[in-house]
Design a protein around this ligand. Structure first.
Ligand SMILES: C[S@@+](CC[C@H](N)C(=O)[O-])C[C@H]1O[C@@H](n2cnc3c(N)ncnc32)[C@H](O)[C@@H]1O
Length: 276
């Protein structure tokens, strides 16, 4: 199937302005904004050399790419959605000309880059929309230098709130209820909800670690992020209480309660070579 025909690709392609508005520009504490902060914290801990070459694969509206460029890294930003790439280009328009940035339309499972060229590959919230982990992990392994780093996230399979998703999705498919919800959200300045017609292939931490290790990476850090007291989109109806309760729950991230969080991430290193 061509990339543009894949339901997940089409879903993100069709509504990119609302994705950016809702998850990054609304000022709400969202899964995506928390994930972005966590990725940049982990990348800072790697102490990459100033001339590091980085890949942001499935860059979406480009906030992680911007974080990499702001740190002075040479960055390649890739997405299959031309509309997402338009947002990335707009966001990065004022990056100084001496910073190297390439914005590329392409498929994360067939990266248009040479072998062994990146010091860091990142991909936030993309792997769960692919049919399997195998190809994409193989592509990260191929394009990273030996010793290069991978920072990757997925949606957590066992978050209790995530388990409400089939119910929420079936409610979203009911026109009357969806229209009522959307008029409430629009009155609150939010963006409309849309039903999804594809499966999100969530991971348990064990599966995620296992697949990354099997692709010949050594795991450096693994963590959980973002807690929600109730399912999305109710967090938009009560944004302040949701954010406050979410942050409070996240203070338990050194206890087994972290297994209730919505997202998981891993920092790994391609085997071989010297640490960068
Ligand atoms: C949930 S969004 C995440 C975007 C961004 N990484 C972020 O953190 O906001 C998923 C992104 O993956 C892109 N995507 C989905 N399938 C892809 C593929 N096969 N190749 C490249 N990009 C893909 C979508 O177009 C979308 O921009």
């Amino acid at each position: 199937m061509e990339n543009q025909e894949k339901p997940a690709t089409k879903f993100f392609q069709d509504d990119v302005d609302n994705y950016k508005k809702e998850f990054y520009d609304s000022g709400y504490r969202t899964f995506m904004s928390v994930r972005l902060g966590r990725f940049l914290d982990e990348i800072d801990k790697l102490n990459l050399p100033p001339d590091a070459k980085c890949l942001d694969a499935g860059c979406g509206p480009g906030y992680l790419t911007k974080g990499l460029c702001d740190r002075g890294f040479q960055t390649s930003s890739l997405d299959s959605s031309p509309e997402m790439l338009r947002l990335t280009t707009e966001l990065l328009g004022n990056i100084p000309a001496d910073r190297e940035l390439e914005i590329v339309e392409g498929d994360i499972e067939n990266l248009p880059f040479e072998d062994n060229q990146f010091d860091l590959a990142t991909s936030a919230g993309v792997i769960e929309y692919l049919a399997s982990d195998t190809k994409v992990l193989g592509e990260f392994h191929r394009t990273l230098k030996p010793g290069g780093y991978l920072v990757l996230s997925s949606t957590h399979k066992y978050s209790p709130i995530g388990m409400f998703e089939p119910i929420i999705e079936s409610i979203k498919r009911t026109d009357t209820i969806r229209n009522i919800c959307n008029s409430i959200l629009e009155n609150l300045g939010g963006t409309p909800v849309r039903p999804r017609d594809f499966h999100v292939r969530k991971h348990s931490m064990k599966e995620f670690r296992g697949n990354i290790e099997q692709a010949d990476f050594e795991i450096i850090t693994a963590g959980f992020f973002y807690a929600l007291p109730w399912p999305h989109p109710f967090d938009r109806v009560f944004p302040k209480v949701s954010a406050a309760l979410g942050k409070l729950i996240e203070t338990t991230n050194r206890t087994p309660l972290k297994y209730t969080f919505e997202g998981i991430y891993i920092v790994a290193r391609k085997k071989g070579g010297q640490p960068l």
